[in-house]
Design a protein around this ligand. Structure first.
Ligand code: 13P
Length: 254
């Protein structure tokens, strides 16, 4: 965390939530943000597509940003089951997650596809939250920096800058497992990612670009993680499904 980059606390609800609980969660998070008027961090919630509209209504005027969890590379067309970045923008979204490891695994998404999705997000006026991170086997093989370096090189498209792009470093083995790298390991990877970003977007944009940590972030470990020099917030899965926990993570960044 540094004073020049505004902390972002982002919730990825994944494939969770039906109308009643999703709206209740969003209403609670929005209410907390509103009553905290002037919070020193930004907050983003990314519900499943089915709840985008209702969650958008629930957080309206609260200052919490709405986001999608994925988008297609095209604006419109014959792509059954897909959603475009323009459609998300039309529903009031300000951001979209691209390249989450679950999509890279479940849908065989490549760096090239992720970069194209991020470009589509930029073209629609959305912030692309580009996810990268190594698997446990890659970490054990000493390839952590190589893997993250090549994902930055391949997944961050031309035209990316600190305003339209956020990077989320999510070690795959830390997602939903309750395990996290040590603080030193997190800081090492984040600083390395910032250095690789500089090669793509220039030193000034890289210095201003937010790099979030994701993977078992909870109220109990958020403060020390977000305090690290190159960690600018969190991308939170499980703990973002509980309004009190999600909010506590935001407050831990103060
Ligand atoms: P958890 O916070 O549940 O580990 O999930 C992290 C994540 O994948 C967010 O995108």
């Amino acid at each position: 965390m540094t004073a020049t980059r505004r902390t972002l606390i982002a919730g990825n609800w994944k494939m969770n939530g039906k109308s009643a609980d999703g709206v209740a969660l969003a209403t609670s998070v929005g209410g907390k943000m509103k009553s905290a008027a002037g919070a020193s961090f930004d907050m983003l919630v990314c519900p499943p597509f089915t709840l985008i509209s209702k969650v958008g209504e629930a957080i309206k005027g609260s200052g919490v940003m709405l986001g999608g969890q994925d988008c297609h590379t095209n604006v419109s067309g014959a792509h059954t089951g897909d959603i475009s970045a323009e459609m998300l923008k039309d529903m009031g979204c300000g951001a979209v997650i691209v390249g989450h490891s679950e999509r890279r695994t479940d849908h065989k998404e490549t760096d090239e596809l992720v970069a194209a999705k991020a470009s589509a997000a930029h073209a629609a006026g959305l912030i692309a939250v580009i996810c990268i991170g190594e698997t446990e086997a890659e970490r054990d093989a000493g390839k952590t920096l190589d893997v993250n370096g090549s994902q930055v090189a391949g997944s961050v498209p031309a035209g990316s800058n600190a305003k339209n792009t956020v990077i989320a470093y999510e070690p795959v083995w830390a997602i939903g497992t309750g395990r996290t790298p040590t603080n030193d390991e997190v800081q090492e990877v984040h600083a390395f990612i910032r250095g690789e970003l500089a090669k793509k977007v220039g030193a000034n944009e890289a210095a201003a670009m937010r790099i979030l940590y994701g993977g078992s972030m909870k109220p109990g470990n958020a403060k020390e993680l977000i305090a690290l020099a190159d960690v600018d917030g969190g991308l939170i899965g499980g703990a973002s499904l509980n309004a009190d926990d999600f909010w506590a993570i935001g407050e831990a960044s103060n």
